[in-house]
Design a protein around this ligand. Structure first.
Ligand SMILES: Cc1ncc(COP(=O)(O)O)c(C=O)c1O
Length: 410
């Protein structure tokens, strides 16, 4: 019985992570399930092994039955997000009039960076970090400046300041800090104090902050999410989020950007055509998730919390030499495998998400488990792997046991 009187069986019944069999999951046609052959357990790209939340299913059915498949209109998504922020994050500063819809978070990031930087300007990122930060930003003509995380995997403020100074070198007009809040791949939740310090440093150096908050709803018990724009000093910040990660809706494209009071005029410069990108069905699904999918999210978080503890036990038992720091948020675990000495230095530097090198290559080849290779997350990533634990405990157990056997055979 847990503190709310639920038995283990009740918890399992509601846990979205135990609803689908491997056979059913393998029928999926999305990236997670099609990039590798059927003998590989895919614990890589950030998709979850869950059915849709019933509230999302109902909203989509209603739209289909009605033929409601035209263009999006109105601010329902932003209004749902503002309500969610009020209830979950105790923040009532998300002003619906200072929001703009975008097709997805990464295109939102690019559009926000375009508002505050020019081609050739620098964008600071805290590596290791979500690989598309490198790809999308450099593809748009901005130069990446890395500010590696500290040994505790948290933002190192001195390193960040050094990066801000470099970013403003050569008299460049603008510079931005693209932050993952919470941080992918480490699952670190930045504290209010850390975010305050980031805001202060950014102001002092004339750097604009763009906060990617896609993992905000996925903060696990024991930590609290702080929206960047809620901290003093962040009034000129910009942010973007989406229901896509927490409710597994990446295929139903939609996201929301929002601005602090001093950045509202910047956001109004976002070209109108950007708002044509999100799908109407996406907006319907994301809005339903935020409004009526909160109980489902709680059941998911309970399951993820159990999985992150299970993973700790499994790593301890089966993966000698691998270090696991329990994430505070997300369903991503960052496993430091540098002690295994499998680091392949030909593969240093950021890359495309499906690249495999070092330990991820070994686990793929010998354990038939697909993980994300640490080197694609930039400086500090080589020799590590990212494991997606949004799956059933049975699959998680099987994957780690296979990885353990592969290490034993090295
Ligand atoms: C930090 C971060 N930003 C953005 C994305 C991608 O979001 P979208 O599919 O909405 O572009 C992800 C996906 O895992 C992510 O982890």
């Amino acid at each position: 019985m847990d503190s709310e009187g639920r038995t283990t069986a009740d918890t399992a019944r509601n846990d979205p992570l135990v609803q689908l069999s491997l056979d059913r999951l393998r029928q999926r046609t999305s990236m997670k399930w099609r990039a590798y052959p059927a003998d590989v357990l895919p614990l890589w790209v950030a998709e979850m092994d869950v059915p849709l939340a019933p509230a999302v299913v109902a909203a989509l059915h209603e739209a289909i039955d009605l033929g409601d498949t035209g263009y999006p209109y109105g601010r329902a998504y932003a209004e749902a997000l503002a309500d969610f922020a009020r209830e979950r994050w105790h923040w009532d500063g998300l002003r619906v009039e200072d929001t703009a819809i975008v097709p997805d978070v990464m295109l939102g990031v690019v559009e926000l960076l375009r508002l505050v930087t020019d081609p050739g300007d620098a964008v600071v990122v805290c590596s290791p970090v979500y690989p598309p930060f490198y790809a999308f930003v450099s593809h748009d003509g901005r130069e990446i400046v890395e500010a590696p995380l500290g040994a505790d995997l948290r933002i190192d403020l001195d390193t960040l300041e050094g990066a801000f100074v470099r970013a403003r070198d050569d008299g460049r007009r603008g510079a931005a800090f693209l932050m993952s809040n919470p941080h992918n791949p480490t699952g670190v939740v930045h504290t209010r104090e850390e975010l305050r310090a980031v805001a202060e440093l950014a102001r002092a150096h004339g750097v604009r902050v763009v906060s990617d908050e896609i993992h905000g709803p996925l903060v696990l018990p024991g930590a609290a999410f702080t929206p960047f724009l809620s901290v003093p000093g962040a009034e000129n910040g910009l942010a973007v989020t989406s229901a896509s990660k927490a409710w597994n809706l990446a295929g139903l494209k939609a996201a929301v950007t929002f601005a602090g009071p001093e950045a509202a005029a910047d956001l109004r410069r976002m070209p109108e055509e950007v708002s044509h990108g999100p799908s109407h069905l996406g907006i319907i699904a994301h809005t339903a998730a935020l409004r009526s999918g909160r109980d489902w999210l709680d059941d998911l978080l309970t399951g993820l919390d159990a999985n992150r503890r299970l993973l700790g036990r499994l790593v301890e038992r089966h993966l000698p030499g691998v270090t696991y720091r329990r994430p505070e948020a997300t369903y991503l675990a960052w496993l430091d495998c540098t002690a295994l000495d499998l680091h392949d230095d030909r593969a240093d530097g950021p890359g495309v998400v499906s690249d495999l090198a070092g330990p991820a290559r070994m686990f793929h080849d010998r354990a038939r488990v697909a993980l994300s290779s640490g080197h694609v997350f930039g400086t500090g990533g080589a020799g590590c792997v990212r494991l997606n634990f949004a799956t059933s405990p049975a699959v998680l157990r099987e994957a780690v046991e296979r990885m353990g056997r592969a290490i034993a055979d090295l």
